[in-house]
Ligand binder design. Structure first.
Ligand code: ADP
Length: 373
C-alpha cells in the first residue's frame, strides 16, 4: 500500500502545535515527500520557539510512522533565526540547528549534541575538503581495515549531498525497524551499515539544507540500533561549510581522519578541514593521501603524476599524524564501484595491506576509547 501526502496531512491535522492550532494550520510545514512508504518533511520554526517544538516533531514522526504502509518516517525540525537576532550558539550563521541547543541540565539529555551513543565506544569522522578525492572509498576500506584488526565496526554514510555507500557496498535495502522502532542497520562485510541513501532518493538528499542535514544525521546516529561497536566510522559530507561544521560540532566525535589528494588545491581544502575540526575541538587523527601516486595495473610501476608527498609534508608542517598513502589504482576503483571494496575482495593484496596499516594508525590513537586490539 503506498502512503499519500493526504494521509500524512490527515494525521498531522490531529496534532496540536504550541501555537494552539493544528500542526497543519500553523504555517510551519515544508513540502511532504511521501513515496514508497518513506515519508520526509520538516517543521520550520523560529529559533526562539524551537525547544517547544521538539515534542511536536517527535509526536508528528511517531504518528506518521504509525500509518499503515509507512516504513520510514523522518521529520526534521529546522529553526531559522530572524535576521539580526543574537546568535544562540556556535552553529551556522543565520540558521540555528535545533540539535545544537544545549539541554537544560547540561550534557545528559539524549538530545544533547555531544551525548555518547550507547554501546558505541568511539565515533570517528572521515572528511575531505572537497568532493571526489576518494573520501567514501577510504571510509569504507578503513572500516574494513579496522574490522580486520578484530574490532566491531559500523559505517554511517552521512554524505547527504551524494550518499555513495549504497554503490560502494551494493546494498539497496530499506532498514527494518526493531521492537523499539529503531532502525536496524544493514549488514555487509561484517559491518553494520547505515546510509542516508537507504532512506531518501538522491534528489531529495541534494536539496536538504544544513539544519535538516543535522537532524537527519542525528536520527541516523541515535534512532539506529547499532548494537555494540568499537568504532563507528562516519563518512562526512565533503567540504567545510556550515552543514559540515554543525555536524562536526554535534556528533560526539573522538577524532577525524582527513582525506586529501596530493594536488595543491585539494591540500588547501584539507587545511580548511583541519581548521574546522580544531574549531570544534575534535582531534585530527591524521591525514591520508589518496591517489598519492599512479600505480600501473600491468607492470606495477609507480608514477607521481600529482607530485606525490604533499599531504605528508603538510601533515608534518601542521603537526598532525600522517596515516598513509594510497595509490591511484584501477583495482581500487573497479572493486569500489562494483560494491566489492578492495580490503574485502583482495584481502591479501597490497592495497588491503595499506588500508590495514592506516587502520592500525587510527586504532592506536583510539586505544584509550576502545577496549579491543
Ligand atoms: P568522494 O567520497 O571523495 O567523493 P569517492 O570515494 O566516491 O570520492 O571516489 C571517487 C571516485 O574515485 C570513485 O569512482 C572511486 O572508485 C575512485 N577512487 C577513489 N580512490 C581511488 C584510488 N585510490 N584509486 C583509484 N580510484 C579511486
Amino acid at each position: 500500500m503506498s502512503v499519500t501526502q493526504q494521509q500524512v496531512l490527515e494525521v498531522l491535522g490531529r496534532i496540536k502545535s504550541p501555537r494552539g492550532v493544528a500542526l497543519t494550520n500553523a504555517n510551519v510545514l515544508s513540502a511532504i515527500s511521501a513515496s514508497d512508504g518513506k515519508v520526509f518533511f520538516s517543521i520550520n520554526v523560529d529559533a526562539a520557539e524551537a525547544r517547544a517544538w521538539e515534542a511536536v516533531r517527535a509526536e508528528a514522526e511517531a504518528a506518521v510512522r504509525a500509518i499503515p504502509g509507512v516504513t520510514t518516517a523522518m521529520v526534521a525540525l529546522t529553526a531559522e533565526r530572524k535576521p539580526g537576532a543574537a546568535p544562540a550558539g556556535r552553529g551556522a550563521p543565520g540558521v540555528q540547528p535545533v540539535h545544537a541547543h544545549k539541554p537544560p541540565q547540561g550534557g545528559t539529555s539524549p538530545m544533547s549534541r555531544q551525548a555518547e551513543i550507547p554501546g558505541v565506544a568511539a565515533v570517528i569522522a572521515v572528511a575531505s575538503g572537497k568532493g571526489g578525492v576518494g573520501k567514501s572509498t577510504t571510509a569504507l576500506n578503513l572500516a574494513l581495515g579496522l574490522r580486520d584488526l578484530g574490532l566491531k565496526v559500523g559505517l554511517l554514510d552521512a554524505d547527504i549531498y551524494g550518499p555513495s555507500v549504497p554503490r560502494l557496498t551494493g546494498l539497496r535495502d530499506k532498514p527494518e525497524l526493531n521492537a523499539e522502532r529503531k532502525m536496524i542497520p544493514l549488514r555487509r562485510f561484517g559491518l553494520a551499515i547505515m546510509s542516508i541513501g537507504f532512506l531518501v532518493e538522491e534528489e531529495t538528499a541534494m536539496i536538504w539544507r544544513g539544519p535538516m542535514v543535522m537532524s537527519a544525521v542525528t536520527q541516523m546516529l541515535r534512532d539506529v540500533d547499532w548494537g555494540r561497536l568499537d568504532v563507528l566510522v562516519v563518512d562526512m559530507p565533503p567540504g567545510t561549510g556550515d552543514a559540515q561544521l554543525t555536524l562536526a560540532q554535534n556528533v560526539p566525535l573522538k577524532g577525524a581522519v582527513i582525506v586529501s589528494t596530493p594536488q595543491d588545491l585539494s591540500l588547501i581544502d584539507a587545511r580548511r578541514g583541519l581548521a574546522m575540526f580544531k574549531k570544534v575541538n575534535v582531534p585530527v587523527l591524521g591525514i591520508v593521501e589518496n591517489m598519492s601516486y599512479f600505480q600501473c595495473p600491468h607492470c606495477g610501476t609507480k608514477s607521481d603524476i600529482f607530485g606525490h608527498g604533499g599531504a605528508r609534508h603538510e601533515a608534518d608542517k601542521l603537526g598532525v599524524p600522517f596515516l598513509g598513502e594510497i595509490p591511484l589504482h584501477m583495482a581500487i576503483r573497479s572493486t569500489s564501484d562494483a560494491g566489492n571494496p578492495v580490503v574485502d575482495s583482495e584481502p591479501d593484496g597490497p592495497h588491503a595491506a595499506i588500508y590495514r596499516a592506516i587502520a592500525g594508525g587510527v586504532r592506536d590513537q583510539l586505544k584509550g576509547a576502545i577496549s579491543a586490539g
